[in-house]
Design a protein around this ligand. Structure first.
Ligand code: PLP
Length: 342
C-alpha cells in the first residue's frame, strides 16, 4: 500500500465505472431526501425510484437492492428450483464474478454456451436446453447486455428477439443481467424498452455508468417482484431508510443515460490511441465504455501508471482493463493517454 500522503495527484481512475463519486446534485438530493422504512414499503424515494425505472423499462414493478450481484441472484432464485441448470454465455458475471452464489443460494449450476464478442447464438442456447430424466433440467436462460468480460459488447436486437422466441418455444424464463443496459441502448440507438421487453426480469445497476453511489434494481412482473422481496430479505438486503441512496440513484437515472454517449466516444479515442502506441486491443470488442488490452506484465505496468496518477485494473498477468465514466473528461483523458503511451 502506498501511503495516501505520498500518492501522486489522480489524473484518471479507469479501473471501473463503479468508482464515480456522487455529484453535487446527488449530495443535495441525499441530504434532503424524505425517507421511511423500506422494509415496510414506506420509503417514498425507494418507491419512486422503483416506479420510475419500471416505467422506463416497461415492467410492472421493481425492487431496489444494494448491488447488482444481489439483483441477479434474487432473480435466479425467483426463476429456478434446486438441481436445475441456468444457461448463460461463457464469462457471464452471474457465474464468473458472483462467487458461486447460484449454487450456494439457489442450488443451481451454470451451463455455458459460447459467446464470441459476448453474443451467444440462439441456436446454441436452444440446443443447450435439457429435459431428459437423466439430466438436470434447464430452469432459466440468462443473458448479459452489455457483456462485461467480453469488453462491454452489445447483443443486437435481432438476437435478443430470437432468444425470446427460443425461451417461449421452450417454456423457459429469460433474465437479463442489464448492469449496463443503458450503455447497450445508447450503442444500439434505441429506447431501452426495445431491449428490456424481450425479458421476464432485468437487473439494472445505478452505480455503474449512471453514476449513483450505490444500488441496483430488479424489474419484472408484480408476481416476480413479490417473490423477489422474500429472497432479498433472506440475503439481508432489507435496507430501512434506503431513500438516502435511492434519492441519489434517481438523480443518476435522470442525468446518467444522456452522458453515456460521451463515455463511448472517449472510449473509442482511448482505444485508438492505445492501438497506435502498439497495444494489443481488439477494436471490434470496443463498443461501449470498456477496453481490454493484452499486455505482458500487466500488474507491473498498472502499478507504474498508478505512480503517475492513472489507475487501471490488471486482470491476471497478461490483461488490463480500462473503463470510462463521466468523471473522466476530455482533459483528464488526454493526460491519461500521455501516461499510458509514454
Ligand atoms: C457490475 C456488474 C454486476 C453487479 O455488480 P455489483 O458489484 O454486485 O453491483 C452485475 N453484472 C455485470 C455484468 C456487472 O458488470
Amino acid at each position: 500500500m502506498v501511503c495516501a500522503m505520498t500518492r501522486p495527484p489522480l489524473i484518471a481512475d479507469l479501473r471501473s465505472d463503479t468508482v464515480t463519486k456522487p455529484t453535487p446534485a446527488m449530495r443535495e438530493a441525499m441530504a434532503t431526501a424524505e425517507v421511511g422504512d423500506d422494509v415496510y414499503g414506506e420509503d417514498p424515494n425507494v418507491n419512486a425510484l422503483q416506479n420510475e425505472l419500471a416505467h422506463l423499462t416497461g415492467f410492472e414493478a421493481g425492487l431496489f437492492m444494494p448491488s447488482g450481484s444481489m439483483t441477479n441472484q434474487v432473480a435466479i432464485a425467483v426463476h429456478t428450483r434446486r438441481g436445475e441448470e441456468v444457461i448463460c454465455a461463457e464469462g457471464s458475471h452471474i457465474y464468473e464474478w458472483e462467487l458461486g452464489m447460484m449454487a450456494a443460494f439457489s442450488g443451481v449450476v451454470p451451463r455455458f454456451v459460447p459467446a464470441p464478442l459476448g453474443v451467444p447464438s440462439p441456436e446454441d442456447v436452444r440446443l443447450a436446453v435439457r429435459r431428459s430424466v437423466h439430466q438436470s433440467p434447464t430452469g432459466l436462460i440468462s443473458l448479459e447486455n452489455t457483456h462485461n468480460k467480453a469488453g462491454g459488447t452489445v447483443i443486437p436486437l435481432a438476437v435478443l428477439r430470437q432468444m425470446r422466441a427460443v425461451a417461449d418455444a421452450e417454456g423457459l424464463p429469460l433474465h437479463l443481467d442489464g448492469a449496463r443496459v443503458f450503455n447497450a441502448a445508447v450503442k444500439l440507438g434505441v429506447d431501452v424498452r426495445e431491449i428490456t421487453r424481450c425479458f421476464d426480469t432485468v437487473s439494472v445497476c445505478l452505480s455503474k455508468g449512471l453514476g449513483a453511489p450505490v444500488g441496483s434494481v430488479l424489474l419484472g412482473s408484480a408476481q416476480a417482484i413479490r417473490q423477489a422481496h422474500r429472497y432479498r430479505k433472506m440475503l439481508g438486503g432489507g435496507m430501512r431508510q434506503a431513500g438516502i441512496l435511492a434519492a441519489a440513484a434517481r438523480v443518476a437515472l435522470r442525468e446518467g443515460p444522456a452522458r453515456l454517449a460521451d463515455d463511448h466516444l472517449r472510449t473509442r479515442r482511448l482505444a485508438r490511441a492505445l492501438v497506435e502506441a502498439g497495444y494489443d486491443v481488439d477494436l471490434a470488442a470496443v463498443q461501449t465504455n470498456i477496453i481490454y488490452a493484452r499486455l505482458p506484465e500487466a500488474e507491473r505496468r498498472a502499478a507504474a501508471w498508478a505512480e503517475q496518477g492513472v489507475l487501471a485494473s490488471a486482470l491476471g498477468h497478461d490483461s488490463v482493463r480500462f473503463v470510462l465514466h463521466h468523471q473522466v473528461d476530455d482533459d483528464a483523458l488526454d493526460q491519461a493517454i500521455r501516461v499510458l503511451t509514454a
